[in-house]
Design a protein around this ligand. Structure first.
Ligand SMILES: C[S@@+](CC[C@H](N)C(=O)[O-])C[C@H]1O[C@@H](n2cnc3c(N)ncnc32)[C@H](O)[C@@H]1O
Length: 349
């Protein structure tokens, strides 16, 4: 990172090796009750929340901005939320993109240091815990985030070994991803990110694609919201909440559900081969705490956008939380994973 505010820390991981336990995707919908798709072409997910009890005790969350991710304060992300979503994320990730990535990485010129992987907006490092054990060979992970507390957790919980038992080491860089340049990626084998694109602006995504293209580095950018959620069983207020949520999202300069399209275009315009694969959360009775938090944030954002909905929305939220607690609610929250492979240059990629 070129920002003067950036700081770097190096450590060899000491804890939290292997990938997440994972939950099988594609769980069946509950019997009875049709699924409702809310959002359609319009944004649905894309709001972060600050937990707060509502006046009537329905525990709406205050909406912040960004991803489908509750934030503790402004753009700070609560580690508890990141932990809550980790197994659903792990189950959702598009494994179909791994083989083309592995082939590209296997064709890199051999380096004594092994692969150098930059994880942008690493949070507590869940991407590394998932991906490092799926890649062969020694790996150096460079974890980027603006939040020093999350970087400390990422170091503590870093993966220790690759798929073949080779060592994984981790360094951190604190700074603003929006200012990342090709120089920051010198020597990189791979850029990766998880649940990041939708909290960036168009300019930041253009800059990221430019930095990857100039450095000739492949990018695996996962779990971007695409603007659709399916809830089953259906509820008459689903659509109204979704539309209010969408309006809230549009009030932000962050790209939310448009991020994946913007990123595809940005990488393709710079000559990369781009693949996109669905990576939906499948939330059911195995994810009650996660679904509850998501619901609170989703409805909270809708009410922030349209305060006149609040009374009815609180009743809606109570109904949805009760169904969730009873194990009767299924939510499919759609995401996409993107793999961008730059034109081989005979150089670093
Ligand atoms: C939704 S969280 C995802 C965290 C992690 N990748 C995961 O999947 O659990 C987004 C992360 O990006 C970081 N972030 C967002 N915008 C950033 C920026 N402009 N510069 C650096 N970090 C940023 C946040 O601090 C947060 O850790």
């Amino acid at each position: 990172m070129t920002t003067p505010a950036s700081t770097a820390t190096t450590a060899t991981a000491s804890a939290g090796a292997a990938g997440s336990p994972g939950i099988p995707a594609g769980a069946p919908l509950p019997a009875g009750g049709a699924a409702t798709t809310v959002g359609g072409a319009a944004p649905v997910a894309g709001i972060s929340v600050l937990s707060a009890a509502s006046a009537s005790g329905a525990a709406l969350s205050m909406a912040g901005r960004g991803g489908d991710t509750p934030a503790a304060e402004g753009h700070q992300y609560a580690p508890q939320w990141l932990e809550l979503r980790e197994s659903a994320d792990a189950a959702a990730r598009a494994t179909d993109l791994l083989d083309p990535l592995r082939i590209r990485l296997a064709n890199l010129p051999r380096r004594a240091t092994g692969l150098v992987v930059h994880d942008l907006g690493c949070g507590t490092g869940s991407m590394g815990r998932w991906l490092a054990p799926r890649l062969d060979g020694a790996q150096q992970w460079v974890l980027h985030d603006q939040d020093p507390a999350l970087l400390r957790l990422a170091i503590e919980r870093a993966p220790r070994a690759g798929a073949d038992g080779s060592p994984v080491t981790v360094t951190t860089r604190r700074g603003d991803i929006g200012r990342l340049t090709a120089d920051d990626l010198a020597g990189a084998s791979l850029v990766t990110a998880s649940a990041l694109l939708d909290v960036l602006t168009r300019e930041e995504i253009e800059a990221l694609a430019g930095a990857c293209a100039d450095a000739g580095v492949p990018a695996l950018l996962t779990l971007s919201v695409v603007g659709r959620a399916d809830l089953a069983p259906a509820h008459p207020m689903d659509q109204e909440i979704a539309e209010a949520f969408n309006a809230h999202q549009r009030a932000s300069e962050l790209l939310g559900p448009d991020a994946i399209t913007v990123a595809c275009e940005a990488f393709a315009q710079r000559g990369a081969t781009v693949r996109v694969h669905p990576s939906p959360w499948q939330l059911d009775d195995r994810h009650i705490a996660l679904t509850e938090e998501w619901l609170r944030g989703w409805v909270g954002a809708a009410c922030e956008q349209r305060p006149e909905l609040t009374e009815r929305a609180e009743a809606y939220l109570r109904d949805r939380l009760a169904a969730c607690a009873a194990g009767e609610l299924h939510v499919t929250l759609h995401h996409s994973d993107l793999l961008a492979l730059p034109r081989p240059t005979g150089g670093t990629s």
